[in-house]
Design a protein around this ligand. Structure first.
Ligand code: AMP
Length: 407
């Protein structure tokens, strides 16, 4: 019995990266978070640490973390010292974020040996993401062998994109051979936010056409018709689409040939350039949006150009998705930038009154953690801010699939 009373049915949500492990212990029904934290620099010779918060107490520890197994064991020990014994609190499930579900996975899936090898087989599609996700699954399963482990795929929501939206105009046989198509990412967030937005509007999701803007350090946009996505900006990988903190987003594919032929850059160098050294950071040196906005306000030319390029791309997609949807009931902002940067919301939808889109500056300037409407009452299109909560979405989907009520 744990010293701290945690009602049975909580879910441990795990997001394992190559050298990190994010976790949250959450009640899927109430959304109450009992603990959360981040283990960083796993497997690195120095600087490994865990930032851990449980039951209102936070700790920041430097501790050797040779591998993910060591990290999850440390987390379990920290929780134990908080009075939470993971193996005794009646966990409903461990919910693992898995980045790539390929064409195979379209729903939350209880993980067994066969599913594990299928996820492994998808690794070539997401070589930087799926292998560490699997390492996290192994490590937690070793610690909690009796708790069902569930995989929640970042691509699942977009699994059934219409063919014309998911197909690249690439030689069809080559695309088939290498499973090259548009998969979409951030699906857990887009789905959670789209469902929440429909509830906020008091309408069934099946009746709402909306554009969801997930604007964080990574960024993507989706067009959702009656609860079903019909397009999204990320593609085969999370590199396509909007300008992001450090990623290019859309770029002429020919630029890679130029960099290789004329710049003698290797594939790995170009990958690093596109993913880590581009986007806002590449344009102005900062990828933190707060810093970019401060520099824009101070008249800094590089930050101002970066901001204009960011907005240009965003408006390009908003316009495209308005046409694809035909009728738009709501435009919904979420994630770090979408939830907090009023200027981005105002500027990305400026001068669209003729389409029924009109932001109320007073509503837009209000700060809140709750879902809210920021458009004027006259605007036909409801512009909303809906905070995302991927951990809660993962917890809910995991608990539902284990209870046999999931999709
Ligand atoms: P996320 O990836 O969802 O955690 O979002 C991270 C991004 O949100 C970073 O670029 C932050 O700078 C940005 N962000 C967080 N708070 C604010 C804020 N108050 N104003 C502008 N950007 C913010």
């Amino acid at each position: 019995m744990s010293a701290v009373e945690i009602p049975p049915g909580a879910v441990l949500v795990v997001n394992a990266g190559s050298s990190s492990l994010k976790y949250q212990l959450v009640d899927p029904e109430t959304g109450q978070v009992y603990a959360d934290g981040l283990a960083e620099r796993i497997g690195e010779p120095t600087g490994a640490r865990i930032r851990h918060e449980a039951l209102g107490r936070s700790r920041d520890l430097e501790v050797p973390l040779p591998d993910h197994q060591a990290a999850i064991e440390q987390v379990a020990e920290l929780l134990h010292s908080d009075g939470i014994a993971l193996s005794e609190i009646g966990l409903a499930a461990v919910g693992h974020r898995v980045v790539h579900g390929g064409r195979r996975f379209h729903a939350p899936t209880v993980i067994d040996d066969q599913i594990r090898s299928e996820i492994e087989r998808l690794s070539p599609l997401a070589p930087l993401h799926n292998p560490p996700n699997l390492v996290g699954i192994e490590a937690v399963s070793a610690l909690l062998p009796d708790v069902p482990a569930v995989a929640i795929f970042d691509t699942a929501f977009f699994h059934d994109l219409p063919e014309e939206a998911s197909t690249y105009a690439l030689d069809a046989a080559t695309a088939e051979k290498y499973a090259i198509r548009r998969y979409g990412f951030h699906g857990t967030s887009h789905q959670y936010v789209a469902e929440h937005a429909a509830r906020f509007l008091g309408r069934p999701a099946s009746e709402v056409n909306q554009i969801v803007l997930h604007l964080g350090n990574g960024a993507s946009i989706s067009a959702v018709r009656g609860g079903t996505p019909i397009d999204t900006s990320m593609g085969m990988t999370p590199l396509e689409g909007l300008v992001m903190g450090t990623r290019t987003g859309d770029i002429d594919p020919g630029i890679a040939f130029q960099l290789a032929r004329v710049g003698n850059m290797s594939i790995d160098e170009i990958d690093e350039l596109y993913n880590k050294q581009s986007g806002l950071k590449g344009l102005c040196g900062d990828n933190d949006f707060r810093a970019v906005l401060e520099r824009v306000d101070a008249g800094d030319p590089a930050a101002t150009l970066a901001y204009r390029v960011y907005l240009h791309r965003l408006r390009h997609y908003i316009g495209a998705y308005m046409i694809e949807l035909g009728r738009v009931d709501a435009i919904v902002f979420t994630a770090g930038v979408g939830e907090n940067a009023a200027a981005v919301r105002a500027d990305s939808l400026a001068d669209l009154q003729m389409y029924g889109i009109e932001i109320d500056p007073v509503r837009n300037a209000e700060r809140s953690d709750e879902a809210r409407r920021i458009s004027t009452d006259a605007g036909e299109v409801a512009v909303l801010v809906v905070p995302t909560n991927e951990e809660l979405a993962i917890a809910r989907q995991s608990a539902a699939v284990v209870a046999g009520t999931g999709t």
